[in-house]
Design a protein around this ligand. Sequence first.
Ligand SMILES: O=C(O)CCC(=O)C(=O)O
Ligand SMILES: [Fe+2]
Length: 353
Amino acid sequence: MLHSTQEFLSGNAIPGASSALPVLDLSLMDGTAVEQQAFIQQLRLAARDVGFFYLTGHGQTIQKQQQILALARQFFALPLADKQQVQMIHSPHFRGYTGLGGELTRGQPDIREQFDMMREEAVPAQTDISPAWQGLIGPNQWPTALPQMKTELLDWQQSLSDITVKLMRALMLALEQPADALDATIKAGPYQHMKLIRYPGVDAKASSSKQGVGAHKDPGYLTLVVQDDQSGLEVETEQGWVAVAPLPGAFVVNIGELLELASNGYLKATLHRVVSPNSGIERYSCAFFMAAQLDATVPLLQLPSHLADEAKGPASDPNNPLFYQVGQNVLKGRLRSHRDVAAAHYAELAKAV
Ligand SMILES: O=C(O)CCC(=O)C(=O)O
Ligand SMILES: [Fe+2]
């Protein structure tokens, strides 16, 4: 039986691709009123039913995307000593290099190495009443061996951030809210977090794990992923785990838990994972996570009843502390994922998470 997503997808899915995800063209938002409405309706269905989609028409060229993935390849190909110069353990702000198995998802090591960055900021002045999450704010670590990384990646991160803000405003229109309904939560600039990632090939016979990254939902508002021609990214759907086939030039977009919460379960945060490539193959990706600024209070949006009735995700509890403890929750996630950094810089808090 066709359910609404499949009906909707029939006109939009990639011909011949194994992936069943919708493809949405963001440039329609710069078009006529009719085109904008078409985009908003497609976006509403994709975000409600699947929580994952491909985005085209976003203004970034495929060459630029490939340039970023090439930079990732260059970084991970550096001698270990150069990568260790920027190891995350040196950063109380959770920035820098993490080697294979250094990050945990639900307590299990992920078989990937990565470079994490966020906004480039100065360390704010600490007072007795500064919240612990203020420790997340500070400078990135940059490898001296690849001096071009700093400007290229900060510039790229800002471009991706701008795309997610445009998309979030379109999502608000899709929910029949003012476009700026969540703007107060990003007014100082949205929380930005980006990762360059390398997934090495794994010999299934020799290893019991093919956990590139374990099944999880992203915590924030919106995620954009650029993947190379190897996939392995999989999304949980009603039909089971579905592969997100590479679509050159597109970003893969998914909804995070904070947006699911704010929309009372209408916008869906979907479980996803990356299965390691087979031995002899490696996969590179760049993931960008946009969320509310760390000191935000996120509103519970009041949806019109015809939309509220269609929400498929869990209804939100308006008293959920996630609405007002944004920074604390981000810090908790980082402490859980990077136990070594937590022990080195947040010894007391690390014991409690
Ligand atoms: O590498 C990817 O394709 C996705 C990674 C991911 O889901 C994450 O880091 O949250
Ligand atoms: Fe993710």
